[in-house]
Write a protein that binds this ligand. Sequence first.
Ligand code: COA
Ligand code: NAP
Length: 269
Amino acid sequence: MDMFCAGAFKGRTVFVAGGSSGINLGIAHRFGEMGANVALISRSEERVAAAAEEVKATGADCIGLAADVRDFDAVSRAFAKTSERWGPIDVVISGAAGNFLSPAVGLSANAFRTVVEIDLLGTFNVMRASFDHLRKPGASLISITAGQAKRPIMFQAHASAAKAGINNLTETLAMEWGPAGIRVNAISPGPIGDTEGMARLAPTDEATNAIKRRLPLRDYGAKRDIADAALFLSSDNARYITGVVLEVDGGLLLGDSSADALTVPQRRS
Ligand code: COA
Ligand code: NAP
């Protein structure tokens, strides 16, 4: 059963940073299916234009603009173009990110800075640049974080630090902008199949299977799982929810659950 009916977001405007591929493009698709107008930004003009064509195929009006989230002025221009076209912006998704596996000693200062600038500074830029263009009251801002923020993992010093900053920034903005009627939340995806992120973090079948074995729900999630959480958080049903980090992760953060509790011998009463 789908709790959202087609057209649920008709007339609303959604801005997706990092929207040319993967999870963020999946979110854009889902809002498009629900009737929203969608603006996408990413660095590559070609990739973001192709993604916009895909979203248009859902019947939505969609524009793809090239902008690097590290460049505040470029992001501001993209928001201005979006609100000139459709009016106040209802939903902002900040999901642009860069990541790779590397031990901390393999990271140059520039490598660390690059990931922090795309993920954390990029999220600040997107949220801050959106402010003057938002529907007030009523806008829903969502940052895309990751489990590393709360539970750091090895070879992810850069991404763990950046995503931890995003969680904190999300909470601060929820406090500062709540009085203006703006809700600010984060979604923390678990391992999601068919994405660049997991291709980089678990590039072999062995690594993939090891992750699945440790997850309570024993499988990767789908882009649609994250998109549905974004729809919910941006819907009127979530009108009293702000400042949360919503884990959509199959139980990942509960820890290693590879032991099968249901087959452990039970004590007789
Ligand atoms: N291990 C160690 N350092 C690495 C690295 C790796 N695997 N990949 C890149 N770096 C370093 C580079 O050597 C460079 O440091 P240096 O100048 O000291 O040599 C620094 O990171 C920046 O690299 P550069 O390629 O110039 O950055 P960019 O801005 O063009 O690209 C990245 C950013 C590196 C994050 C790139 O992987 C990217 O564009 N990613 C987007 C897609 C993605 O990561 N998706 C998954 C999202 S979870
Ligand atoms: P992806 O397909 O690589 O998506 C990253 C997007 O960000 C791309 O559209 C990329 O497009 C854009 N981007 C990168 N650097 C940018 C910059 N400087 N400015 C503007 N756009 C930029 O990755 P994904 O795996 O779907 O991940 C999407 C989000 O989910 C990320 O925030 C990631 O941390 C989070 N996440 C993913 C997983 C997972 O399982 N995949 C798990 C937890 C969290 P261009 O290259 O055109 O710029």
